[in-house]
Design a protein around this ligand. Structure first.
Ligand code: PMP
Length: 434
């Protein structure tokens, strides 16, 4: 009615609720959008997502990676529906879980045994505990800029932009016990000389080296992965791959299959839950030998248990996802989609003469505005991050959901039209940051 202030739309009302009740007014704190882009999602289908006001987006966040075969794939929906009527939680073994474990063991080169948890954060936490228990040594080594979730051992040298005195770095978060500073060594990703030297110098105290084989948006040098494999073996240190992102995404056997360098332990998450919360650690039988009540009497027990760990609902959704992915032609489709987007972004940056580094490994795509080829974490510091942030915001404004701070996760169900439309949007967005 004239003279009255317009009714706030549903989005505004819900965001107001979020501000009143949610910590920080947000769901997560790694990505904060300006107010006009903040929203509340209502529905996802295939490559698309709709917010509560009916705004449609082509989605490249894809639930932060798990939705490799898109939102609400019919096979996943059917598997979940079956599970919902049969009981979603027993805290006991279930058939979907056993089938999922078998699939992981058959697919992933290093996997002989699997232990399920609920998130990637729990998986890396458990892998490091297993490594300490197995080797009897206390310390772990991670890479500068490497992200392994938010447990107390993971949040060192991850988001910092400062120099530090290797191997010890300041913590990324308040509230983490200061004593852990001495327990977590940090080495430069893709620099095998410096990393191998650190491993050798600390080998008597070092239980594990944990690394994302594709570190965020930085592809590995093959000799880095090979060198890590060699030096960890030589020093009695377990090599742990964090394949929470890359597992079942880059290839059926993950990054270890793609690059042919096999670790001791692997952390999985995201894809193996088909959009439902899950995580897992897999590796040789002997590392898991004491993860059993039978080890209590021997004083060798390694504790690893959780109410929802290995729940049938996540297992059924994950299994259905992996079964779809494994069908002939689907990895080719997934990788071709990533390449179409990556090639398109490279073409745009050349055409518009905006220097950019485009990372494209299979269906993982990212763009940084820098004139440098990015091979180390410190190379990423050369990127113009305000430009990158603005670019992503302009993409969202034009209907492509791809928030700053996250890679672009391409799915098997993005169509060529989705990607071409995205590239049109990317061109318009790039023109705003020239
Ligand atoms: N490791 C890597 C490589 C990740 O990208 C993430 C999450 N983005 C994690 C671990 C943590 O997984 P979660 O968010 O399920 O705890």
């Amino acid at each position: 009615m004239p003279g009255q202030s317009p009714r706030p739309n549903k989005r505004e009302l819900l965001l107001e609720q979020a501000r009143r009740h949610m910590a920080g007014g947000l769901l997560h704190h790694l990505i904060a959008l300006p107010h006009d882009l903040e929203t509340v999602m209502a529905r996802g289908q295939g490559s698309r997502m709709w917010d509560v006001d009916g705004r449609e987006y082509i989605d490249f966040l894809m639930g932060s990676g798990p939705l490799v075969i898109g939102h609400a794939h019919p096979d996943v929906v059917a598997a979940v529906q079956r599970c919902v009527t049969d009981g979603v939680q027993f805290y006991e073994l279930s058939e979907p879980l056993l089938k999922l474990a078998e699939t992981i063991v058959e697919a992933v080169p290093c996997a002989q045994r699997v232990k399920f948890v609920n998130t990637g954060t729990e998986a890396t936490f458990l892998a490091l505990r297993l490594a300490r228990a197995f080797t009897g040594k206390p310390k772990v080594l991670k890479m500068e800029g490497g992200f392994h979730g938010t447990n107390d051992y993971a949040v060192w040298g991850t988001r910092h932009r400062r120099s530090f005195e290797p191997p010890y770095v300041e913590c990324d978060s308040l509230g983490v016990p200061g004593v852990l500073r001495e327990q977590v060594l940090v080495a430069p990703f893709n620099d095998i000389e410096a990393t191998a030297d650190m491993v050798r110098r600390h080998k008597d105290e070092l239980a594990a080296v944990i690394v994302e084989p594709l570190q965020r948006n930085i592809p590995p040098r093959l000799e880095f992965l090979q060198g890590l494999r060699q030096v960890t073996r030589e020093c009695g240190v377990l090599l742990v791959y964090d394949e929470v992102v890359t597992g079942f995404r880059l290839a059926w056997g993950g990054a270890q299959e793609l690059w042919g360098v096999v670790p001791d332990l692997v952390c999985l998450g995201k894809a193996i839950g088909g959009g439902h919360p899950t995580g897992a650690v897999a590796g040789p039988e002997e590392v898991f030998r004491n993860v059993t009540p039978r080890a209590v009497a021997e004083g060798r027990f390694v504790i690893a248990s959780g109410t929802f760990s290995g729940n049938p609902l996540s297992a059924a959704a994950g299994l259905a996802t992996l079964q779809v992915l494994h069908r002939p032609g689907n990895y080719e489709r997934l990788n071709a989609n990533g390449k179409r987007l990556g090639d398109g972004l490279k073409r745009l940056s050349q055409m518009l003469e905006i220097p950019a580094y485009v990372c494209q490994v299979g269906s993982v795509v990212d763009i940084l505005f820098t004139d440098r080829e990015v091979r180390t974490y410190r190379d990423t510091w050369t990127a113009d991050s305000p430009k990158g942030t603005k670019f992503r915001h302009e993409m969202i404004r034009r209907g492509v959901w791809s928030p700053p701070g996250s890679k672009m996760y391409v799915s098997m169900v993005h169509s060529n039209e989705d990607i071409d439309r995205t590239l049109d949007v990317a061109e318009a967005a790039m023109r705003t940051v020239r």
